[in-house]
Write a protein that binds this ligand. Structure first.
Ligand code: IMP
Length: 200
């Protein structure tokens, strides 16, 4: 049994990653920050999702001595030149909640006809402060004009996914985990782990 630390305090991401990896990797035990009593935070100073995922994975793997999975993700809106991008979590300022971020995005998109957007996720696996591999995934959709759905987290209620005719907040966890940006990145990570990439 291999133990892996999941380096996120975002409950929405944690739920999705646990659900995804537990379904495909029976020999992995996932620990969370709470399991390890970790309160230290790392500054997300990277210019890309991949850099930030790596900063998190490197930092917490060094801190704990455990193989560590870091995730960084966010929303890129084409008409806003890719914003909120790596600042997705801080779009409405530190300490703001999902609803404040959603209202800010709706205001920024007022009058904009081109509603195309994508979610991007990068996941990095590190050991002893050094990255072993980074994977990324993205999914295309459209920003709608008002929230729809109660599931998911973050910008999900505004992100309409044409192939299913629903927002991400209208999908079940299992449905989102079949098509999301995070699932596409995790699928590659799963293959890496199944082929002995962590080699503990
Ligand atoms: P971070 O990766 O913890 O820096 O934050 C990512 C932020 O991007 C979250 O707080 C959400 O606002 C947003 N985000 C990332 N992935 C998703 C997703 O799957 N659905 C909705 N919002 C997301």
């Amino acid at each position: 049994m291999t133990t892996l630390l999941l380096a996120t305090c975002n409950q929405g991401k944690k739920r999705e990653i646990e659900n995804f990896l537990k379904a495909g990797l029976v020999n992995i035990r996932l620990l969370s920050f709470a399991d390890m009593n970790i309160t230290a935070e790392v500054s997300e100073t990277g210019a890309t999702f991949a850099e930030n995922a790596r900063l998190k994975a490197d930092y917490y793997s060094q801190l704990t001595g455990l193989g560590t999975l870091g995730d960084d993700s966010g929303l890129e809106v084409i008409a806003l030149d890719g914003r909120p991008g790596v600042l997705s979590a801080r779009y409405a300022g530190e300490g703001a909640n999902d609803d404040a971020r959603i209202q800010k995005l709706l205001a920024a998109m007022q009058g904009i006809v081109d509603r195309r957007a994508r979610f991007v996720s990068a996941v990095c696996i590190s050991r002893n402060g050094s990255a072993l591999a980074t994977f990324s995934g993205q999914v295309e959709g459209e920003i709608i004009f008002a929230k729809r759905g109660e599931g998911g987290f973050g910008y999900d209620p505004l992100f309409f996914y044409p192939p299913l005719g629903k927002t991400f907040a209208e999908l079940t966890l299992e449905e989102k985990n079949r098509i999301s940006h995070r699932a596409l990145a995790l699928e590659q990570l799963k293959k890496f782990l199944l082929h002995g990439g962590l080699a503990l």
